[in-house]
Design a protein around this ligand. Structure first.
Ligand SMILES: *Cc1c(COP(=O)(O)O)cnc(C)c1O
Length: 405
């Protein structure tokens, strides 16, 4: 995090709770990927954080869009992303989605039924739609088998139904998309996945009998949330990927290689700030009550909820709602050095609204500000801000020039 504490404290005099996104950090994360993954194009998963200045910054760095809804397609188009760099991939697209997105994005069909529906829309217009297909492959991040999934078309089924494709005269399959897992921090696992993907693409291309024009590898690149997490070595992973695609270049001569990421670009480049509104003792416990926690930044409360069901210190993740036991750091913005044990709760009328239990923090008083890290991705967008109609925390954006807008 490169945000200056003075900027945060200044904004905390104006707002009781708010997000602050850091443009400098976002740009540098974009460069880190682009500079290390030679021969690879990136797509930003807009759902991670669709704030218009966040997406503008990312698109201006030459990254395209991974859109999960028609809104995200149109948002990316309006910010100047060309159709071939907007991949619209989501399970379940309505006819209206298909009609509206057909000309301004690359549709990635998620089922055989959807391939037929796209074909019908294209036929009505006398067009030939150039589409991708999302494949549910016969490998995962854990081994060489497939898992049942609501996403995509099973590899085996797709190959078995190539006859259907031949009948759909108004579509042309020009690419494939796979995404099976997020938040992976083991380089060897990601490398094996990339290699599996290249083998899959080669096999499908041969069976389709035409060169694939794109291969979308989906996501997987993780970020450290907990202090114990070891970050990926991006230069090393990028070099491995660049070597792999060089090795497959002869087999896949026309393919553009895309990697998607949401969290890597924004996850660590956003903070959530909240202020103490009350403090009380109850049966020997000290409660510090904060503005807008569950309803402003839901992930910390969700983590507490998951932990309350298990003794396991590392429960399985359930992205993007639950990543791990300590998905953020709490940084009190106070001079105070003396510590006390407190439970941090929010002002919402539900007992679930607790973000930390019995932790040692510098003594906090009403009006003091506290910062939560890792609030750039899957944060504002997934928080139930309408709950109880408490004030909505603004999403602020710190520009490279140091202005907050
Ligand atoms: C959400 C999503 C991503 C982004 O995942 P991150 O872990 O944030 O990088 C990428 N691809 C698809 C298809 C997704 O649904």
């Amino acid at each position: 995090m490169t945000i200056d504490k003075k900027v945060i404290l200044q904004k905390a005099t104006e707002h009781d709770s708010f997000y602050l996104y850091d443009q400098k950090g976002i740009i540098s994360a974009a460069h880190e990927l682009k500079d290390n993954f030679l021969g690879v194009e990136f797509l930003y998963s807009v759902k991670a954080n669709p704030h218009h200045l966040v997406t503008k910054t990312i698109f201006d760095s030459g990254i395209g869009a991974d859109a999960a809804s028609l809104w995200e397609v149109l948002h990316s188009r309006d910010q100047g992303v060309p159709p071939e760099k907007i991949h619209f991939s989501s399970p379940g697209k309505s006819i209206n989605d298909i009609q509206t997105a057909l000309d301004c994005s690359t549709l990635v069909a998620d089922s055989l039924g959807e391939l037929e529906r796209i074909n019908n829309v294209a036929k009505d217009r006398g067009q030939k739609a150039r589409v991708g297909v999302r494949i549910n492959p016969d490998f995962t991040f854990f081994g060489q088998w497939g898992d049942p999934s609501k996403f995509g078309i099973d590899q085996e089924l797709f190959l078995r139904r190539l006859d259907l494709l031949a009948e759909l005269e108004n579509i042309e399959v020009i690419g494939i998309h796979v995404h099976v897992r997020s938040q992976e921090l083991r380089q060897a696992v990601i490398e094996r996945y990339y290699e599996n993907m290249l083998n899959l693409a080669t096999e499908l291309q041969n069976k389709l009998g035409r060169p694939l024009e794109f291969i979308n590898f989906g996501s997987g690149i993780g970020i450290p949330y907990d202090k114990e997490d070891i970050p990926l070595d991006i230069p090393s992973l990028g070099a491995a990927m660049s070597k792999l695609i060089a090795d497959f270049r002869d087999k896949l001569p026309q393919a553009v290689f895309y990697i998607e990421t949401g969290r890597f670009l924004v996850g660590k480049n956003g903070v959530y700030v909240t202020k103490v509104m009350d403090k009380k003792e109850s049966y020997d416990k000290t409660f510090v009550l904060l503005h807008n926690t569950l309803n402003g930044f839901v992930r910390p409360s969700l983590a507490q909820m998951v932990l309350s069901y298990t003794e396991d210190l590392h429960p399985n993740s359930y992205e993007p709602l639950f990543t791990g036991a300590k998905p953020f750091e709490i940084i009190p913005l106070v001079e105070e050095k003396d510590l006390e044990q407190v439970t941090l709760a929010g002002n919402l009328c539900t007992a679930v609204d607790v973000i930390a239990k019995d932790i040692m923090l510098p003594i906090l008083n009403v009006g003091d500000a506290l910062l939560l890290t890792n609030a750039g991705s899957y944060a504002a967008v997934i928080s139930p801000m309408q709950f109880a109609h408490l004030p909505t925390p603004p999403e602020l954006f710190l520009t490279t020039e140091g202005q907050v807008v």
